[in-house]
Design a binder for this molecule. Structure first.
Ligand SMILES: NC(=O)C1=CN([C@@H]2O[C@H](COP(=O)(O)OP(=O)(O)OC[C@H]3O[C@@H](n4cnc5c(N)ncnc54)[C@H](OP(=O)(O)O)[C@@H]3O)[C@@H](O)[C@H]2O)[C@@H](O)CC1
Ligand SMILES: [K+]
Length: 502
């Protein structure tokens, strides 16, 4: 499913109306009707409902929902934030249809005392105050209403966006509606995957409003959510006549005396994710520690300079920040025809070698967390977090790399600026070693797939799904270890491959 910016959603609406000729009031009817259908499945006959409406088209959707609720005999009051005469265009059309159908409108500003008094009686509030058209901080009258909604005990369902949230994921510090549920129209907006906006959405559902396919292809959308179905459709299928050499001969350069565990986690995860043959280059002082833990791994000397037999190299987990590590990275970057995955300390060393990335012929994957991304870009962590989509796109295009910006809703960006957002995973992943596991999965998938973006997206999904699986079965968010993740890869893959195995 696509993800859109405010401008992209507006352009989709406009093309549908101006070029295809489907009127805005029809889209609004579809939106309101779709929201009503979704809402009704969770309503009780005795619910007391308030639909709170702003002056733009988000409010127009609210009038349609209110009309359907009243038609179905739900006790529904409509409250308008601004004066009726300020409602224009399609919203005014639906306001009139609502009024002509016997609906009544209560004014919030003209009767604020009455509004405050009534608010505690409602069991459901439909928030149709502000959607994608909001500019900056909501005006005082709007902020007051938002504050009152957040104080009320009712279940709050927001239309398209929780009112006050900025659609493109810009940072903000003002109050926005805390929705229990958000029914977003046609496509999720960028802000659904960025902070602080994401915390306001509650549960989410997407309501189709009938934007034709032609409008979507004309717009050329380049961001999408990566779902379990996407993974199932793009996982590589094993050829019955394949052999270990077919599934990737990879070199993992990881682990130092102080961090041998990182090598174990990455190597185990790569092996559990299907890599055919794995060599490990590890500091001599750490080799003894890991040998007995990795019976399937072959060892490569740290002094080796011939990488020609490898189909891919992953470098960084537990590598350490010594000059030796940087020299190894420089050597690896010289292998222009070999796909690379660079993580952790590899990214630390990379800051001195960024200019060479663009000349790499084979795919290069970088997997920074926001702190590492800040170092790579010379920005602060806050700046990175405030513009995760934008900074990822600029960096990936400038350096010609696949960038995996980790965090809640990891964003994967291709060198051409295509972006995929992962939705699996949970806060159990916020623990040392979890990145090493991800590197192993990405590395293995990259060597088994001809499409790097699909391979990386699948790997990020599997990593998150392993955490979800552990928390769903017998773990809490606190106690999941990185080694538990790598041990759960088989369960996740088994589930994903189940259909193709039967
Ligand atoms: N036909 C379509 O296009 C369809 C659109 N759809 C729906 O429309 C929504 C987008 O509609 P929209 O563009 O009218 O914007 P919306 O979110 O209602 O708010 C804009 C209003 O708020 C005002 N306003 C702005 N900033 C403000 C602030 N800081 N504080 C206070 N007020 C502020 C601004 O007034 P102004 O400031 O310009 O006077 C304007 O009147 C979209 O989310 C979806 O729900 C669907 O029905 C499908 C068909
Ligand atoms: K809203």
């Amino acid at each position: 499913m696509h993800i859109v910016s405010q401008e992209e959603m507006q352009a989709l609406d406009r093309y549908t109306m101006d070029v295809i000729g489907l009127e805005g009031k029809v889209l609004m009817e579809n939106a309101g009707q779709g929201i009503f259908r979704c809402l009704i499945s969770k309503l009780k006959a005795q619910d007391q409902i308030a639909v709170i409406i702003g002056k733009g088209n988000n409010g127009g959707d609210g009038f349609v929902v209110a009309r359907y609720l009243q038609n179905h005999n739900f006790a529904t009051d409509v409250w308008l934030v601004e004066d009726q005469h300020l409602i224009k265009g399609d919203a005014a059309y639906h306001m009139n249809v609502f009024l002509n159908s016997g609906g009544k409108i209560n004014g919030i500003i003209s009767d604020s005392h009455h509004f405050k008094e009534h608010l505690s009686n409602y069991t459901v509030i439909v928030d149709a105050i502000l959607g994608t058209g909001i500019k900056g901080c909501p005006r005082k009258a709007y902020l007051d209403v938002i504050h009152l909604i957040n104080q009320a005990k009712a279940r709050v369902v927001s239309i398209d966006l929780p009112s006050g949230v900025l659609a493109n994921g810009e940072p903000f510090s003002h109050e926005a509606v805390y929705a229990k549920e958000t029914l977003t129209l046609q496509y999720p907006k960028l802000c659904m995957y960025t902070q602080p906006a994401a915390t306001f959405f509650g549960e989410t559902d997407v309501i189709q409003i009938g934007i034709p396919k032609k409008a979507i292809s004309h717009q050329g959308l380049k961001r999408r959510v990566w779902t379990k179905e996407d993974v199932k459709h793009t996982l590589p299928v094993r050829d019955p006549f394949s052999h270990k050499g077919t599934h990737g001969k990879g070199l993992l350069i990881a682990g130092s005396q102080d961090m041998p565990g990182a090598a174990i986690l990455s190597a185990t995860s790569a092996l559990r994710s299907g890599i055919g043959l794995l060599w490990l280059s590890i500091a001599d002082k750490a080799k003894q520690t890991v040998c007995s833990r990795l019976p399937e791994v072959l060892f490569e000397s740290r002094e080796s300079t011939d990488f020609s037999k490898y189909k891919g190299i992953a470098i960084g987990p537990g590598l350490g920040r010594s000059e030796d590590g940087e020299a190894l990275l420089a050597q690896v970057l010289g292998e222009k025809d070999i796909p690379l995955v660079i993580d952790a300390d590899g990214l630390y060393h990379l800051t001195n070698h960024l200019s060479t990335l663009k000349t790499h012929q084979a795919p290069v994957v970088l997997t920074p967390h926001p702190g590492e991304m800040a170092t790579l870009t010379g920005k602060s962590i806050k700046e990175v977090e405030n513009d995760r989509f934008g900074i990822s796109e600029t960096f990936a295009k400038e350096h010609g790399v696949y960038l995996v910006l980790k965090g809640r809703n990891t964003i994967i960006t291709s060198p051409s600026g295509e972006q995929v957002v992962n939705v699996s995973g949970n806060p159990a992943l916020a623990k040392g070693g979890s990145g090493d596991v991800l590197t192993g999965i990405i590395f293995a998938f990259l060597l088994q797939h001809e499409n790097p973006l699909n391979a990386i997206s699948n790997a990020v999904y599997v990593h998150g799904a392993a955490a979800d699986q552990l928390v769903k079965t017998n773990h809490s968010l606190l106690d999941v270890l990185a080694s538990d993740l790598s041990l759960t890869i088989p369960t996740v893959l088994h589930d994903l491959y189940l259909d193709t195995m039967c």
